[in-house]
Design a binder for this molecule. Structure first.
Ligand SMILES: Nc1nc2c(ncn2[C@@H]2O[C@H](COP(=O)(O)OP(=O)(O)OP(=O)(O)O)[C@@H](O)[C@H]2O)c(=O)[nH]1
Ligand SMILES: [Mg+2]
Length: 329
């Protein structure tokens, strides 16, 4: 092999060898072709890979009608209270953020295009967990085919801006534009009555690498352009600035409440909260426990954050974060 193959190419080569399905192999091979240094000594390799790719595409076309495995392989099973997808330019620090906030063992490297497949990790906030999904980068020329589905399925998204990059505004715009034609809008607030065929995904910006020289000035520029459109949280994943508050912010961003249940005469189960959207009622909680319970529920008693102490409430009583509820049929 020529000596000047990049680490990214070698990694893509490993991934290709480990790929099992035709669809996975195609994705990996496309990556290899893109990452292969283009010069005289790699001409044969290029030709060989293009041939392999055309054979694989033919096989894929012949198997038309089969379920699209590529979609399943690259979609992350949801876990925890909510799933948040991280989007950003190469090297913005998406993986570094996921590594800092979760238990996931993700690859962080100083070269771009390190991440090729989605990698989930669980961020703990008090007694709940939020799932973060580290993703490959997005550029004008590089946008994984499965990425729109990943964002459609997620509960929310984070745009990671690189405060070390003079072109951070272009990088942000490129990402937002990639999603628009496929009817996925990254927004601060989802419209009350969205068009059914259009996905609006709640999004905020993490402005990373606050520790770098020039970062405060770039943060000001970012705020000027995007401050009215998105909430912007400046952090340094590397130095830890702003990172301690992040788990709470992730949970608040999902707009969820935690509710604990108790049986009459017994202590509440404070180990496993139910998580529900802000605005959920007592009957919503009953429905989450059991559909029948939602029908038979008559009233409930609620203990909550010092405001009430075991008061009886009706089925449509709106619950607050950390309420303890006793359901009565
Ligand atoms: N100075 C500084 N460097 C950072 C920070 N966060 C990440 N980095 C560095 O930036 C480089 C890229 O980080 P990654 O987390 O691999 O970036 P990524 O966005 O996942 O990159 P891709 O997987 O290529 O999309 C690494 O060398 C990190 O150590 C930060 O807050 N400050
Ligand atoms: Mg990465």
């Amino acid at each position: 092999m020529p000596a000047n193959l990049t680490p990214q190419y070698i990694k893509a080569d490993h991934e290709f060898k480990a790929a099992k399905t035709i669809e996975e192999k195609i994705v990996c091979l496309e990556n290899m072709i893109r990452l292969l240094p283009k010069h005289k000594h790699t001409e044969n390799m290029q030709a060989d890979m293009k041939h392999k790719l055309s054979v694989l595409r033919k096989e894929q076309a012949e198997g038309k009608g089969k379920p699209k495995k590529v979609q399943q392989v690259f979609l992350v099973e949801k876990e925890g209270a909510g799933q948040i997808a991280l989007l950003g330019a190469p090297n913005a620090g998406k993986s570094r953020l996921v590594a800092a906030l979760t238990n996931a063992n993700v690859a962080v490297a100083e070269y771009p295009f390190t991440t090729h497949a989605p990698q989930p990790g669980m961020a703990r906030y008090e007694d709940v967990q939020v799932q973060l999904v580290d993703l490959p980068p997005i550029t004008e020329d590089y946008f994984e085919t499965w990425m729109p589905d990943t964002v459609r399925r997620a509960d929310a998204a984070i745009l990671v801006a690189d405060l070390g990059d003079d072109n951070l505004l272009d990088a942000m715009e490129t990402i937002l534009k990639k999603f628009e034609p496929i009817k996925v809008s990254l927004v601060r607030d989802v419209p009350a009555e969205p068009e059914p065929s259009h996905t609006f995904r709640r999004t905020f910006i993490i402005a990373n690498k606050l520790d770098l020289p020039g970062a405060p000035e770039r943060l000001e520029i970012l705020r000027e352009y995007y401050g009215s459109r998105f909430d912007i949280l400046p952090v340094s994943a590397e130095a830890g600035t702003g990172m301690a508050e992040m788990p709470a912010q992730l949970f608040q961003f999902l707009r969820l409440i935690r509710v604990y249940t108790k049986e009459p005469g017994k202590k509440p189960d404070l180990e496993r909260p139910y998580t529900m959207p802000v605005g959920s009622t007592v009957v919503d909680l009953a429905g989450q426990i059991h559909r029948e319970l939602a029908e038979t529920l008559k009233s409930a008693r609620v203990w909550g954050s010092g405001k009430y102490d075991g008061i009886f409430v009706k089925r449509d009583h709106v619950l607050q974060d950390k309420d303890v509820v006793e359901l009565h049929q």
